[in-house]
Ligand binder design. Structure first.
Ligand code: AMP
Ligand code: MG
Length: 312
């Protein structure tokens, strides 16, 4: 922790665990660190970064509080909910891609401890090459970015396994820009008003890279299915099948994996990227089963559909 805090205060970028995925973090006050984040990831500069805060003083330094912040923060912070609000002038155009809004969240665990020690908000996208599977273990970061960054803080596997829900509070109605661990239903229950969802890729300026049709993708081609009986009957040994839960019986000659013993969606989300990271490039094709389409299942299927997309 000492080394991490020192590195960040000196303007380096460091990979840190959050409860969602591993992030590649840099001080919001050091433009060189922010530029390094973009170049290490190969991320286009038009994609704004999420600013992570450790407490409400840090929040007030970067964003103008929306009236709905208190009720949302009470229910979901620290946690996997990112809120888009009007920004303060200190937040550079590099971070927001020139927008007058900033995406902010208060993460859990080690990342928050770093923020509290450092006393400076950190901008952090996921610590993976742009477009590739998200990293949910330190080894995933090391494998793909290890030769480009100096330090990875290993906090073990991430608990949630998929990226935060992004809620835009600057639109006429609150609008989910990225589905995630906090469901639309949960947001509506807390806000007491309807919440829109606008996660398909948008028109003109890009609001969220997670909105790109193709994102979170393995190198091995991926095909989605719902019902296992729809799978081709002859699967060679070079093809992997990934199920939501342990099948009642399976033929040992096929390479079958499952994301959760009993199909619990929290476990499916937690294991999704880790399993794909493990089997990517070991097969010529991966067939993966979708989740039931409600609540967290919608967020999981969103990742799967983008991972499987052939359209850039
Ligand atoms: P990532 O860092 O890859 O998890 O992505 C962070 C997400 O937050 C991206 O999809 C960004 O486009 C989105 N984001 C960051 N700032 C803003 C903003 N001001 N308005 C809308 N979306 C944003
Ligand atoms: Mg990402």
């Amino acid at each position: 922790m000492d080394r991490v805090v020192r590195s960040l205060s000196e303007g380096d970028v460091v990979a840190l665990p959050t409860e969602t995925v591993y992030g590649l973090a840099g001080s919001i006050f050091q433009d060189d660190a922010i530029r390094t984040i973009f170049s290490v990831k190969g991320r286009p500069l038009i994609d704004p970064l999420i600013v992570h805060v450790g407490d409400f003083d840090q929040l007030d330094g970067v964003a103008i509080r929306d009236p709905r912040l208190d009720v949302l923060a009470n229910a979901f912070w620290p946690g996997p909910l990112t809120l888009v609000m009007k920004k303060r002038p200190v937040v550079s155009d590099l971070i927001t891609a020139g927008k007058d809004t900033v995406a902010v969240r208060m993460p859990q665990g080690l990342f928050r401890q770093v923020l509290q020690r450092l006393q400076v908000p950190l901008a952090a996208p996921s610590a993976n090459p742009f477009g590739y599977l998200s990293p949910t273990e330190a080894i995933h970061v090391e494998r793909h970015l290890g030769n480009r960054i100096g330090l990875i803080l290993d906090g073990g596997p991430c608990e949630r396994g998929i990226e935060s829900t992004i809620l835009d509070l600057t639109t006429p109605m609150p609008t989910v820009l990225r589905l995630g661990p906090v469901s639309v239903e949960a947001l509506q229950a807390v806000l007491g008003v309807p919440v829109l969802t606008k996660t398909s890729e948008c028109h003109g300026a890009q609001t969220a890279p997670g909105m790109l049709k193709k994102h979170y993708s393995p190198q091995t081609p991926l095909t989605l299915f719902d019902d296992p009986s729809s799978l081709p009957s002859i699967l060679t040994e070079r093809v992997a099948v990934v199920l939501q839960q342990r099948p009642p019986s399976f033929t040992p000659e096929t390479h079958t994996y499952w994301l959760s013993e009993q199909g619990k969606l929290e476990e499916v989300a937690q294991n999704l990227f880790a399993l794909l990271q493990k089997i990517d490039r070991k097969y010529t094709h991966i067939f993966i089963q979708q989740s039931p389409p409600s609540g967290l299942g919608l967020a999981i299927n969103d990742r799967l559909q983008r991972a499987a997309s052939k359209t850039p």
